[in-house]
Design a protein around this ligand. Structure first.
Ligand SMILES: [Zn+2]
Length: 112
C-alpha cells in the first residue's frame, strides 16, 4: 500500500556549543551545581559525605562552604565576580565559560 506521507525528518537538537571548549570535568561540575547544588568543589558536600572533617571554606574559613557561599558570600571571591556577566545562579546556565573562569580564579577548579 502506498503511503502518501513520508516519515517526518526530526531536527537534531541544538548542540550546547557554549560548552564545547570546556573539559568533561568542567561540564560535570556545572551539571552538579545546576541540578543538585552539590559538588566535590564545595567543602559542605565533602563534609556531608564524610570526605572532609570540616565544612568551612578553604579560602576564608567561613561555614558552611555551600554553593551560595561559593557564588555570593565568600569575601575571597568578590574581585572575581566581575568575570561573570550577571547573577551567578543565572550564569551557571547562561554563561558556562565565564562561570568556569570564575571557579578557576577562585581556586575551586584547577587552572587548565
Ligand atoms: Zn569563603
Amino acid at each position: 500500500m502506498y503511503m502518501s506521507h513520508s516519515q517526518p525528518e526530526y531536527a537534531h537538537p541544538p548542540t550546547r556549543d557554549k560548552e564545547a571548549g570546556l573539559s568533561r570535568r568542567e561540564r560535570v561540575v556545572l551539571a552538579q551545581l545546576r541540578c543538585t547544588r552539590k559538588s566535590p568543589i564545595l567543602q559542605k558536600y565533602l563534609y556531608d559525605i564524610d570526605a572532609s572533617p570540616c565544612d568551612a571554606c578553604l579560602q576564608c574559613g567561613q561555614s558552611p562552604d555551600d554553593l551560595h557561599h561559593a557564588l555570593y558570600d565568600c569575601p575571597e571571591v568578590d574581585f572575581f565576580q566581575s568575570l561573570i556577566p550577571g547573577d551567578p545562579m543565572v550564569s551557571l546556565w547562561e554563561s558556562p565559560v565565564e562561570m568556569i573562569e570564575f571557579l578557576r580564579a577562585s581556586q575551586r577548579l584547577p587552572i587548565a
